[in-house]
Design a protein around this ligand. Structure first.
Ligand SMILES: Nc1ncnc2c1ncn2[C@@H]1O[C@H](COP(=O)(O)OP(=O)(O)OP(=O)(O)O)[C@@H](O)[C@H]1O
Ligand SMILES: [Mg+2]
Length: 306
């Protein structure tokens, strides 16, 4: 049992291409296996999760991928529209706003507004008493955070808005979102990383910023795509001997083995460095040798998170 799966919101953070969407899906599957009704939120336009489940397209609707596993792609324009519909009770006022292209202007003129309404939607999804009509109740909301700035700007947005607004309804709502993000009981963040020098350094910085600047609880660091330890370092001389063979086949096999050992050794070194640099518990996720990541491998990765 993973204790952070008992939270209501988990942000999956990390830089572009490290495996955030893969981990979000793996965690989603894991959570449903532990009996949680789960929704995975994609914030960026890429729709990796739905592809894995062979769904058409997720879009701004809650779509069931598997039993108790749902997905939504949060679009800022749709979130804004929904928000206004929930806020403004006077129909004439809403019509006026929608017709006037007001949103587009507002969003373009206000940096961070898209992120704010996106976090607003995450908050809404996490409510047991959903604001939208016919909204389902979820035990866990997993957010596949945007890669820009490793997701840090995204999580900082509510506080930025609260500071700018100072008073009034905008202040109150931004503050409420900031409270959600920084509530260690209900919200956690996971950092996805790779066993390479730069990602390790960046993960340490990200952990520091999340914990010390934003105040969010970082529950786990997941080092993704770790090579298997097929050979020990002590076997290196033997493999080197094979790689130096005069016959073509053993030589090729030896060289392949050699490069894998070296890669695995380099990765272990980076993982040790990471352990020195961070205080968050680390889980290792194996490199999956499938040509394309399957549902079965996503499930396997979910089980690996111990
Ligand atoms: N453990 C793994 N083993 C092998 N391949 C992996 C593994 N994890 C992810 N990948 C592959 O790496 C690529 C990037 O993964 P993914 O899309 O999950 O990253 P991401 O962080 O969400 O990227 P982006 O920032 O572009 O959204 C994908 O092709 C995925 O299939
Ligand atoms: Mg992604």
């Amino acid at each position: 049992m993973l204790d952070f799966l008992d939270k209501r919101v988990l942000f999956v953070m990390g830089k572009g291409g490290v495996g955030k969407s893969t981990v979000a899906t793996a965690l989603g599957i894991r959570a449903t296996l532990e009996g949680k009704r789960t929704i995975i939120c994609e914030v960026s336009a890429s729709e990796n999760t739905s592809r894995l489940f062979r769904q058409e397209e997720v879009g701004y609707r809650e779509v069931e991928l598997a039993n108790d596993l749902w997905a939504i792609s949060i679009d800022p324009d749709d979130s804004m529209r929904e928000y206004v519909l929930l806020q403004l009770k006077v129909k004439a006022m809403r019509d006026l706003l929608f017709r006037s292209r007001m949103f587009t202007y507002l969003a373009e003129a206000t940096p961070g507004l898209n992120e704010l309404v996106t976090i607003g939607k995450v908050w809404e999804l996490a409510q047991l008493d959903r604001k939208v009509r016919h909204g389902r109740k979820y035990d866990l909301v997993i957010v596949d955070a945007p890669a820009t700035g490793h997701g840090i700007t995204f999580l900082r947005t509510p506080r930025t808005f609260a500071r700018i607004a100072k008073v009034g309804p905008m202040y109150n709502q931004a503050n409420e979102l900031d409270r959600m993000v920084t509530d260690h009981q209900t919200t956690g963040a996971l950092i996805v990383s790779l066993p390479e020098e730069m990602p390790v350094n960046e993960t340490a910085t990200l952990e520091h910023e999340l914990v010390n600047d934003i105040g969010v609880s970082v529950d786990r660091i997941l080092v993704n795509a770790v090579y298997p330890d097929r050979f020990g370092e002590d076997e290196l001389p033997a493999i080197e001997a094979v790689a130096g063979s005069s016959e073509a086949l053993p030589r090729a096999a030896g060289r392949a083995g050699l490069s894998e050992v070296r890669r695995a050794v380099a990765q272990r070194e980076q993982i040790s460095r990471l352990e020195e640099m961070v205080s968050t518990p680390i889980s290792l996720l194996p490199f999956v040798f499938d040509p394309e990541l399957s549902l079965a491998s996503a499930r396997m990765l979910g089980e690996e998170i111990a």
